[in-house]
Design a protein. Structure first.
Ligand code: MF3
Ligand code: CO
Length: 250
């Protein structure tokens, strides 16, 4: 499959699905508090999606069982919500949400502190990860390459002493959740596919406090840091337009 460029009308539709993803994430964020379980977040998200008239994108995707991924502390991505997973003060939880509306997908993620005071090192991890996302978005311009996007993430993350995950990457998105091209969080400026008008990218830095290596738990989904260090994840869908990058999950 080649890279699919979207018309202005299609990008408008993706703005609508992106808007719903954002509303769901805002709602979930307000429920992140010590003592909450990740399954409570899941149920609230599923209800909100229904209210807003969208279908979940993740549930049933390769047999994934839930509408959210909730990844706590050393979990990087694809953590499965559970009644047994209680959030504690000082934890961080990454919440990843995808929906489909009128045939078009939206996908975004945030990492949220649990309680008022997480360790300063963790605050820095969240800040640097989100900053690296915005630097990557800035690089999502016509004529740049996919490698410019990845390099923007990698340079900022490594300059701050953290590491980028290699095994999981961002992606094109549109009428399918995952389209070409792959969008790694590392790369070389000028390398990889050229960005063209109408491309929509899900850019999603996954940043580890310690080493970059990962492993997947026996549930076959949850990806964790191999060294047990904390990990953060932020994601937006971004359209490459004549007027520069446009965030669709705002
Ligand atoms: N945002 C993630 C991704 O783009 C979430 C996928 S979870 C899955 O891969 F269950 F749908 F696989
Ligand atoms: Co994604």
């Amino acid at each position: 499959m080649a890279i699919v460029c979207k018309s202005a009308a299609e990008i408008d539709k993706m703005r609508r699905s992106g808007r719903i993803v954002r509303d769901v994430l805002d709602h979930v964020r307000s429920l992140v508090t010590p003592g909450a379980t990740t399954m409570e977040l899941e149920r609230a998200a599923e209800k909100k999606m229904k209210e807003l008239g969208a279908k979940p994108a993740f549930k049933g995707y390769f047999d994934y069982p839930c509408v959210l991924c909730t990844s706590v502390n050393e979990e990087i991505v694809h953590g499965i919500p559970s009644e047994k997973r209680v959030l504690n003060a000082g934890d961080i939880v990454s919440v990843d949400c995808g929906v489909v509306l009128d045939g078009y997908y939206g996908d975004a993620a945030i990492t949220v502190p649990v309680g008022e005071d997480i360790k300063p090192e963790l605050k820095k991890l969240l800040k640097v990860t989100e900053e690296s996302l915005y630097r990557a978005i800035e690089a999502a311009r016509i004529g740049n390459a996919v490698g410019d996007v990845g390099a923007a993430v990698q340079e900022h993350v490594e300059a701050n002493g953290f590491s980028v995950v290699r095994e999981f990457v961002g992606h094109g998105i549109g009428t399918r959740l995952h389209e070409e091209p792959q969008v790694p969080n590392f790369g070389t400026r000028g390398h990889g596919a050229r960005l063209r008008e109408g491309m929509v990218l899900a850019i999603e830095p996954m940043v580890n406090y310690g080493k970059p290596e990962t492993r997947v738990l026996s549930d076959k989904w949850t990806a964790v840091t191999a060294d047990g260090s904390y990990s953060a994840h932020f994601e937006h869908c971004v359209a490459v337009t004549r007027n520069g990058p446009v965030i669709l999950t705002q």
